[in-house]
Ligand binder design. Structure first.
Ligand SMILES: [Zn+2]
Length: 370
């Protein structure tokens, strides 16, 4: 293995269609892979010394080793296997069968990154699109964030003085069997809230999150990112107490629901630039609809949750943001904010990684065997 070919950490060094060297850095250690036609050689470097760790086409080379940013694939795909197993021998076994086939093979392309280096970008994969599939839920969440990230410059151009609030609206826990009805009630309450004269947002994006309480009840709540005019802070400002009161009235309940409201601020050191703070707020707003730990915790809970969430909406956009955020192509789960546009990809620069359920790793698969 010509270790001297590895000159840049975290880079992919390409030479021709069939001759690739990939290097990446984990702290002080470096792992590298090189392919010569159909044969693969890999070395691991610690400090200045290189140690061969694999050198045959049958040896398994993990995606997470050569591309640490793709480690989440392992976590989500392993949880998809758990969800699949929980559906076995239930009335929803067909969903488990679909999840079983989800993202079994990932095809990546080696492309230039913005920083000038080269990296792996997802090029092709089959997704099952089951609502409770951890892989698909993760990809959907990334896709929504990508849409918003893409729209941020447009939003800030159209509304340069806009400010943003993060609003979390909750209500009392409900029995899981009442979740669908409860979400419907909450959505009606949201409509009432957003139609109130005091509602200050000129645009909003809202997501639903459902968590599982220790007693097995469901805790549905909304995360909303609100876009307000700068005059909000001078003329129409609503205190947390007022927000709580408005939500209580909109919900038409006789108890005080928990409401949290925060102002989105630029990151320290980036005063005057809202983009970074807005990105962080967006990550908070568009978290996963259901925590993966909740999805895999209990078979009966999962089955009932699946039924209750069927045909409910996870994310909604309103006001002026509806015109600024593209909502087409909702099921394109390939492209995300890390992967916006692949550009030109050469036929020879494709890499396949197959899922290994037992070792919970995506491993390099020679394309001739795909
Ligand atoms: Zn899936």
């Amino acid at each position: 293995m010509p270790v001297n070919h590895i000159t840049r950490n975290r880079d992919f060094l390409l030479s021709g269609n069939h001759d690739i060297y990939i290097s990446c850095c984990h702290g002080s250690s470096i792992a590298a892979v090189g392919c010569h036609g159909s044969s693969i050689a890999a070395v691991g470097c610690h400090g200045n010394s290189a140690t061969a760790v694999a050198s045959a086409s049958k040896d398994e080379i993990c995606l997470s080793t050569i591309s640490p940013k793709d480690k989440p694939w392992n976590v989500h795909r392993a949880n998809s296997d758990r969800v699949k197993s929980l559906y076995e021998s239930t009335e929803l076994e067909r969903l488990g069968n679909r999840i079983k086939d989800c993202a079994q093979m990932l095809q990546f392309a080696a492309v230039e990154s913005e920083e000038g280096g080269l990296g792996l970008k997802l090029r092709m994969a089959h997704f099952c699109r089951v609502r409770t599939c951890p892989v698909c839920q993760w990809r959907r969440s990334m896709k929504w964030r990508a849409r918003f990230f893409k729209a941020i410059p447009k939003i800030l151009e159209a509304y340069p003085n806009a400010r943003f609030l993060l609003l979390t609206l909750t209500q009392r826990n409900c029995e899981l069997t009442d979740l669908k009805a409860t979400l419907s009630t909450m959505n009606q309450a949201w409509k009432r809230l957003s139609e109130r004269q005091q509602f200050p947002a000129i645009g909003w994006i809202k997501s639903v999150e459902v968590t599982r309480s220790l007693d097995g009840t469901a805790h549905p709540h909304f995360h909303a990112l609100l876009m307000v005019k700068p005059s909000y802070f001078k003329k129409t400002y609503l205190s947390q107490a007022t927000w709580t009161d408005l939500w209580m009235k909109s919900l038409r309940v006789d108890y005080t629901p928990i409401v949290d409201v925060r102002v989105v601020k630029p990151r320290p050191g980036h005063e005057g630039e809202l983009g970074a703070g807005l990105s962080a707020a967006l990550l908070e707003t568009l978290k996963y609809g259901v925590k993966e730990s909740d999805l895999v915790s209990d078979r009966d809970w999962l089955v009932e949750l699946t039924k209750q969430l069927h045909k409910t909406r996870a994310v909604a956009i309103g006001g002026v943001l509806r015109d600024l955020i593209r909502e087409d192509d909702p099921e394109d789960l390939i492209h995300d904010e890390d992967n916006p546009d692949l550009g030109e990809t050469e036929e020879g620069n494709k890499f396949h990684f197959g899922w290994r359920e037992r070792s919970e790793e995506y491993v390099y698969v020679d394309r001739e065997t795909c």
